[in-house]
Structure formats: C-alpha cells, structure tokens
Design a protein around this ligand. Structure first.
Ligand code: ADP
Ligand code: ADP
Length: 222
C-alpha cells in the first residue's frame, strides 16, 4: 500500500523533519505512528497524501512512485486516501450531512449517490440521526465522528489520521479507535499518528516510532 525508501524531508527553512525513513505498510494493515511533538509524524502523513514533497528518497502508493508525480495526478491519489485531523476541520456553518457530502460533491457524484453514500457513512459512525445538525450542536467525540465519516465516504483504500483522539477523553478515544479497527476489519489500511502511548500500548498494534525525524523502531509496543 505504502512504501518509503530512504525518505528525507528538509523544509525550506533548513529544518530536517525526516531522515532516511524506510517502511512498508501492507494493504489491509493497521499501524500507529508515534513520537514526541516535532518528531516528524505530520510530515510523514503529508508526504503520503502529497501535501508535501520529499527532499530525497522515494514513496510508493499502490506501487506508483508518488514522490515525483505531476500536480495534475495528485487528486487521483488523494481520492484514495481518507484523512482525519485532530481538529476535524469541519465547516461549522454547514450541516453534518453537507460536511460529509463535501468530498463527493467535489468529485461530481449525483445527488442520489450522495444521499446514499452519506447515509451509509453516517450509519457506520453512529450518527445517522444527526445529519441535519450543525457541528456546533455536537459533542467533541461526535464532531470527530463526522470527520471520520467525511474521510470514509468515498471508500478510500487508506485512512490517515493525525492525532485523531488528541482532544478527547480516554473513553471517547477508545470509541474512536474502535471505529478505526472496524474499518480496518473490512480491509481498509490505517495509519494513525498519535503521541498517546497508553492508547498505543493497549492496542497491541504495529507501531512505528519516530525520534527527531528518524524511524527508531518498528514493531509491537509491549
Ligand atoms: P509532529 O507531527 O511529530 O509533531 P511535524 O512533522 O509536524 O512533527 O514537524 C517535524 C518538524 O518539522 C518540526 O520541527 C516542525 O517544526 C518542522 N516543520 C513542520 N512543518 C514545517 C513547515 N511547513 N516548514 C518548516 N518546518 C516545518
Ligand atoms: P499538527 O500538530 O496538527 O501537525 P502543528 O501546529 O504542528 O499542527 O502545525 C500546523 C501547521 O504548521 C502544519 O501544517 C505544519 O506543517 C506547519 N508547521 C509546523 N511547524 C512549522 C514551522 N516551524 N514552520 C512553518 N510551518 C510549520
């Protein structure tokens, strides 16, 4: 699904955010990405979704080298990736339905398909009765679920999450993790950046650990 080969990233100011990172995430695999703030987690996710470009090395997505693809091919890659942010980035003046529908509207789906897919996505995250609500009427955990519904509404092969439980208390964090596992169970590959080591340890999942831009371990956290 994703392969990094000796990937480095130096930002324009000269800061080296990643150094010679190698890893492979298989199709259908779920893994955590951990490390202190500034370790390079967000940068790694942005390289996968081609929001940033590597300074050196190669990145393969579905066998395609995306490190050097042209601008015009980026939307094709993005469409296969669902992204979830800590601050969920919902449009606060639009309904839950409209927020979840957004990627489909951008892709030009028919009204009928949009209705069907948004309903299905809201069902999966347990929010089908909140479609008409504005995000402000929802709790933090529910808002994050809307963000997840928006990320999975066009059935991406890969889910990337950047601190998805960062603003949630432990019970809600567990519920959100349960959702990721549910998508993983039906074959979606999942990569979750988090510095919540408790959450990671309890999961028994594969964990990639970054330290100052280097991948320092790759395995299960005991
Ligand atoms: P993490 O997600 O683990 O907190 P980041 O990938 O956000 O780490 O950041 C890694 C390092 O790269 C940090 O030192 C950060 O300040 C720096 N960095 C991130 N984005 C940029 C940018 N756009 N320009 C310059 N430096 C950046
Ligand atoms: P997050 O924790 O979600 O990665 P941050 O607050 O670390 O958010 O960063 C917010 C944005 O600013 C990100 O797009 C990141 O790449 C960018 N950024 C982080 N550090 C720097 C930096 N030193 N210079 C410029 N941009 C940065």
């Amino acid at each position: 699904m994703i392969r990094f080969e000796q990937v480095s990233k130096v930002y324009s100011g000269g800061h080296q955010a990643l150094q010679k990172v190698d890893f492979h995430l298989r199709k259908g695999e779920m893994a955590f990405l951990t490390g202190h703030s500034g370790a390079g987690k967000s940068t790694l996710l942005k390289l996968i979704s081609v929001m940033e470009r590597p300074s050196a090395g190669r990145i393969f997505f579905h066998g395609q080298d995306v490190s050097r693809i042209g601008r015009r091919d980026i939307p094709y890659i993005r469409r296969q990736i669902g992204i979830i942010f800590q601050d969920h980035r919902l449009l606060m003046d639009r309904s839950v339905f409209d927020n979840v529908a957004l990627p489909l509207v951008i892709d030009g789906y028919s009204q009928q398909d949009i209705q069907k897919r948004v309903s299905a996505a809201l069902d999966k995250v347990g929010l089908h009765d909140k479609a008409a609500c504005l995000p402000l009427m929802l709790s933090g955990g529910e808002q994050q679920r809307v963000g997840i519904a928006r990320a999975i509404v066009n059935k991406p092969a890969l889910l990337l999450a950047d601190e998805p439980t960062g603003n949630l208390d432990p019970d809600l964090a567990r519920d959100i993790m349960q959702l990721f596992r549910m998508f993983n169970d039906v074959g979606v590959s999942v990569l979750i950046a988090t510095h919540d080591l408790g959450l990671v340890a309890r999961s028994g999942q594969r964990t990639l650990r970054l330290h100052e831009g280097r991948l320092v371990s790759d395995g299960e956290v005991a």
